[in-house]
Design a protein around this ligand. Structure first.
Ligand code: SF4
Length: 161
């Protein structure tokens, strides 16, 4: 929901803290996830992500979420899908040059980074391009796997291609 985008950016600090707690919980569940199988869990997780992140962030379920770097502003809402900063066409009032009805996602991203209140600006980290093979998959599970250093058989197989 578009209106929630700006709300979430304004409340980026506590939402980020809440997500960190949630992610810690998911990491604790990692052994169970391995037993069940990450592939089997992907669809239900995506369904939950679509509802929750869709509501709060207008998430487009790219499967490689970077809102922790972008002040909770989802870069997939940029009409040009810019992943590393604005296109240069931002209007003087901070609106998008393509869609003047919405704020530029990168103006919001900067605002969200300030709202983190940590003095750090993760927005400055260079992000890889979108991997279209991951669209519509669970970013939460991917993060858990990454942080628990788990590469399941399907990941190994994909890397061998
Ligand atoms: S102004 Fe911002 S949101 Fe609009 S296309 Fe450019 S980078 Fe994307």
């Amino acid at each position: 929901m578009y209106r929630m985008r700006t709300w979430s950016v304004r409340h980026a600090r506590w939402l980020k803290v809440a997500y960190a707690g949630f992610e810690a919980l998911l990491r604790l569940c990692a052994p169970v996830f391995r037993l069940i199988g990450y592939d089997r869990l992907d669809k239900p997780f995506v369904a939950v992500e679509k509802v929750t992140k869709g509501w709060f962030l207008d998430s487009q379920t790219c499967g490689q979420c970077i809102v922790g770097f972008t002040g909770l502003s989802c870069p997939m809402n940029c009409p040009k899908k810019m992943r590393n900063g604005p296109c240069g066409g931002v209007r003087p009032d901070g609106k998008c040059e393509v869609d003047p009805e919405m704020n530029c996602v990168w103006v919001l991203a900067w605002e969200g980074n300030k709202r983190f209140g940590t003095g750090e600006y993760p927005i400055q980290k260079v992000q890889p391009p979108v991997d279209h093979r991951l669209l519509g998959t669970s970013a939460w599970l991917r993060e858990v796997r990454h942080k628990t250093h788990y590469e399941g058989p399907e990941v190994v197989a994909a890397n061998e291609v």
